[in-house]
Write a protein that binds this ligand. Structure first.
Ligand code: SF4
Ligand code: SF4
Length: 119
């Protein structure tokens, strides 16, 4: 069982990517970056955002981590949504995803995956 946390772009989520339907579909079908869980159960522990530009992802995840532990439902893997990848291309997103991935892995000792659905 993999417990995952998804981080999405505040500018895109539910504004241009409505109701996170794409990621829920991909997760249900184990497509895109969720294909890695093809033979595994997955529980979505939480679904948060970068908090808005300029994207204070580390403090955000620190808070999520504290609360997840408080509720005794911690996560194993952080997915940086496809919206974050697209934001770099269409919204002048200031985030450097590779750098954030490395920092998150170092600070939280958790697996970090860049991307979610591939539609
Ligand atoms: S890419 Fe996924 S997490 Fe991001 S807004 Fe779209 S459905 Fe939601
Ligand atoms: S453009 Fe980047 S920093 Fe701004 S809301 Fe989206 S992901 Fe966050």
């Amino acid at each position: 069982m993999k417990k995952i946390l998804v981080v999405s772009c505040e500018n895109i989520r539910d504004k241009h990517c409505i109701a996170c339907l794409k990621c829920f579909k991909a997760l249900a079908r184990r497509e895109g970056e969720f294909a890695r869980y093809r033979d595994e159960e997955v529980q979505v522990v939480g679904w948060t955002t970068c908090g808005g530009c300029p994207g204070m992802v580390l403090p955000r995840i620190t808070l999520v981590q504290e609360l997840a532990r408080l509720y005794e439902n911690d996560f194993d893997v952080i997915h940086l949504g496809t919206c974050l990848v697209k934001a770099a291309k269409v919204c002048n997103c200031p985030l450097d995803l590779e750098s954030i991935k490395n920092k998150l892995e170092t600070v939280f000792k958790k697996e970090v995956v860049i991307g979610t659905h591939n539609y």
